[in-house]
Structure formats: C-alpha cells, structure tokens
Design a protein around this ligand. Structure first.
Ligand code: HAM
Length: 427
C-alpha cells in the first residue's frame, strides 16, 4: 500500500485551494460580464467522442478503459466535443448565439513538466451560432478580459492570432494540395520549438521545392507583409479591427505559426502566452464551424477557448498576484472558566446564525492559549466570557488588530458584531 498520490495529480491543501477558488471566481465574474451561462457535462464519455474529431495528439493522451458493460470509455481530455454533443442535441430550442461557459476538470496522460499535468481545470467559453468576425472578436476580447481580471496587462500576456482559412489559402497559392493541408498544419505547429523537425516533416508531405516557401510563411521577417495581406483578404482583418475598437489592439500579435494542435479548427485560431515566454500556453482556442454537424447533425458555426488553471496559477505566483490565505474566521469566543463553556456555545451559535464566521476552543485551555488560536486563525475580534462579566450581564470584546478591549452588554453583542461583519464580507 503506497500513501503517495499519482504523478501529475494534485492535492489542494487550503492555501492551494485559495488560489484555485480565486481563479474560478475571476473566471465566473468575467464570464458573467459577457453574458455567459455556466453548464457542465459528464467526466466520463464514450471513447469515440474523441477518436472521431480531436486529432492524434489528444487521442494518444487519453485515459481510457472498458467499463463493466463492455463500453469503451474515456475520462474527458477536453470539453469541446461534450459541448458540441450537448448543444447539437438541443440546438433548436436554444436562442442563438449561445454563450456557454464551464470549468471542467480534464485528464490527459501527458509527460509531466512545468505547466503540464495529468489533470487540470480548464475554463471553456464558447459562442455558438454566429459565423461573423465580431464573434471572433468577442471571444478573443473575453480571453483578454480574463487576464485583466487577474491584474495582468498586455506587457504580461500576448495574444497570438492567426487564421487557418488564410494559411490554407496561402498554401493553396503555393500549390500544396488541399488534402495535405492538415499535415502541413501539424508540421507548422512545431516550428517554434523545433524548426528542423518542421522542415523534415514538410519534406515528407510537400514537393521538395515547396519546403522553403512554406518555411518562409513561418519566418518572423515576413510577418508584416503577411499581416498586411491578412487584414485585406481574410475575415481576421475585421476581427482585429473590432479588437482595436474595443481598445484591446495592443494585446494582439498576428502570428501565422499558430495553427493549434486540435484537428477540428476551421478559421481563427489563437493562443495566449506570458510575454517573457517562460511558460507554456495559458489559453488556446479558435473557430470550429463543422464540429457540431459532424458530432450531432446541427449545422452551427462555433468558436471558443480553453484556459487552464496550471500555467495561469504559475504566472500569478510569479507576478505576486495570487491571493493570501484569507482568515478562516471573524470572531473567536473564549471562556474564562469551565462554567462559561455553555455560554460560549450559545453565543457562538447566535453569532453563526447572524452569518458571522466563529470558532471557539473545544477544551478547557487558559484564556491566553485560546487567544493564540484566535490569532492563528486570523480572527479580528475575540469575545471573552467570564463569571464576573456574566454577573453584570456583560462580555469582554477584544479587538485583536487594534489591541483594544471593552466590556459591552451581552444583549448587544450580535447587533454590534453584525455591523462589524456585514454578510457580504464573509466571503
Ligand atoms: P488546448 O489547447 O488543448 O485546447 O488546451 C487549452 C489550455 O488548457 C492550454 O492552453 C493550457 O493552458 C491548458 N492545458 C491543456 N493541457 C494541459 C495539461 N496537461 N496540463 C495543464 N494545463 C493544460 C482545448 O482543449 C480546446 N478544447 C479549447 C477550446 C474550447 N477550443 C474551442 N473551445
């Protein structure tokens, strides 16, 4: 029997959970500002949901097995196929465009490294039923506002954008046959990490005379010429113009080497990276206009993104933007003698009923020891109940931050502390 967890799977002690709760909180707040509604699906799905459309990379990373009913099943490695299935099944009844978000835990058998684990939580925001370039701008703006929600700016995070339609057209102009485009995308996807590998892969796919020309498409020296062309010939031009109008233009870098690893993307594709490029992608997404049709027979254009909690958490910690562990209580109630304990119990319960976060000592420790615990928990106030004060109908109110103390009528305690700790601050 081993007491160790599995590699690539995390434990969330309270200080880790505080960061996770902070990330989820910002995700939910910003998604709400864009009118997105939260949904979820099952963590276990039929294996074929992924083998059909996600592409080889993700299929190679699946946690899959045969269940007791002889079904081939897989833990979800991404949310998009589940979403496509769910929306396709009820497409007629939903008002378009559909704006849905979810925060699933996903599972991929990846080689564990910084920013890559075998489980992660991934915010998914998808806009379904709108084919125009403003939908692309809306989704990219949402991903940027997520970053702004964490206190990150355009000097911290860059959005690299391209368009598979544009790159496909460039490849067609060069004479690359259409059926080879997915393999060329796969080769281009590796160019930043390993340009030589891209060259080798291309040589296996396209005419040897074309390898240099395809490589030129990925060369940063040609970027501004390609950018001029994309803005006039592809819908991405209108998307980028809309982002300018929103005041978000300085976050964006046009980058034709962004093609995305997943097979189902059909148009705009984008990824968010930390500006220093020390981490892996924070977020990735794009347009997938044919997936709903192929998974559920609903002919609806769609796009969206996935943003993981792992790289984002690393970045927030690097920048000092992660939250401190919040105090777990507002008030500690202490007893002076064993005879006071029943009064402590009643008082603690009244305060809790009023929505205040309260703890008390469960054994007969000296008051000093009880107050030590109060400080460790981050309590702002201690209420000390003793026989002398009780005889006067009073309790002692200690402000542990300002180090002040006063006797107050026991009958006024709840209202006094309720005004100090309004419900919304209990967080
Ligand atoms: P993806 O690029 O595979 O896209 O993942 C999106 C993000 O999830 C990545 O940028 C990264 O932050 C995080 N992520 C992915 N794998 C791992 C891992 N093993 N460990 C930690 N974080 C990870 C998709 O999954 C698409 N389905 C997103 C999408 C939604 N496209 C359209 N709608």
């Amino acid at each position: 029997m081993t007491a160790k967890g599995l590699p690539g799977f995390r434990d969330f002690a309270p200080e880790d959970f505080a960061l996770r709760a902070h990330i989820f909180g910002v995700w939910r707040d910003v998604a709400a500002r864009y009118g997105f509604e939260e949904y979820d699906g099952p963590p276990l799905e039929p294996l074929e949901l992924y083998t059909a459309k996600s592409g080889d990379e993700i299929v190679g990373q699946l946690y899959h097995f045969v269940d007791k009913g002889d079904r081939q099943v897989a833990l979800r490695p991404e949310m998009t196929p589940t979403l496509a299935r769910m929306v396709a099944a009820r497409a007629n009844g939903l008002k378009k465009p559909i704006r849905w978000f979810s925060i699933p835990q996903l599972f991929r058998y990846e080689r564990q490294q910084r920013g890559r684990l075998r489980e992660h939580f991934q915010l998914n925001c998808d806009l379904i039923g709108e084919a125009g370039p403003l939908a692309d701008a809306e989704i990219i703006a949402l991903s940027i506002d997520m970053m702004r929600g964490f206190g990150l700016g355009s000097h911290d995070v860059r959005v690299r954008v391209s368009d598979r339609r544009f790159v496909s057209a460039m490849l067609a102009d060069l004479g690359v046959p259409e059926e080879n485009t997915p393999a060329v995308f796969h080769a281009i996807d590796r160019v930043e990490k390993d340009p030589l590998a891209t060259r080798t892969l291309l040589a296996e796919i396209v005419d040897p005379n074309l390898v240099d020309q395809v490589m030129e498409l990925t060369d940063p020296a040609n970027r501004s010429a390609l950018f001029a062309r994309v803005t006039t010939t592809s819908p991405l031009g209108a998307t980028l113009a809309a982002l300018e109008q929103m005041g978000l233009g300085d976050w964006i870098d046009f980058d034709p080497t962004i093609v995305r690893g997943l097979a189902y993307y059909t148009g705009t594709v984008f990824e968010l990276f930390d500006a220093k490029r020390t981490l892996r992608a924070i977020c990735g997404g794009g347009r997938y206009d044919t997936l709903l049709n192929s998974l559920g027979g609903a002919d609806l254009p769609a796009l969206g993104f996935g943003m993981g909690d792992v790289v984002l958490g690393e970045l927030l910690k690097d920048r000092g933007l992660h939250p401190a562990l919040p105090p777990s209580i507002d008030v500690f109630v202490a007893s002076v003698t064993p005879d006071d304990v029943s009064h402590v119990l009643r008082t603690a319960h009244e305060l809790r009923t009023a929505g205040i976060r309260v703890e008390y000592a469960m054994n007969a420790n000296a008051v000093g020891k009880q107050l030590n615990l109060a400080n460790t928990r981050g309590a702002r106030i201690a209420v000390v109940i003793g026989p002398d004060d009780r005889a006067k109908g009073e309790v002692q109110l200690k402000d542990l931050v300002n180090k002040t103390q006063e006797g107050i009528p026991a009958s006024s305690l709840v209202s006094r502390l309720s005004s100090l700790f309004p419900k919304s601050s209990n967080g």
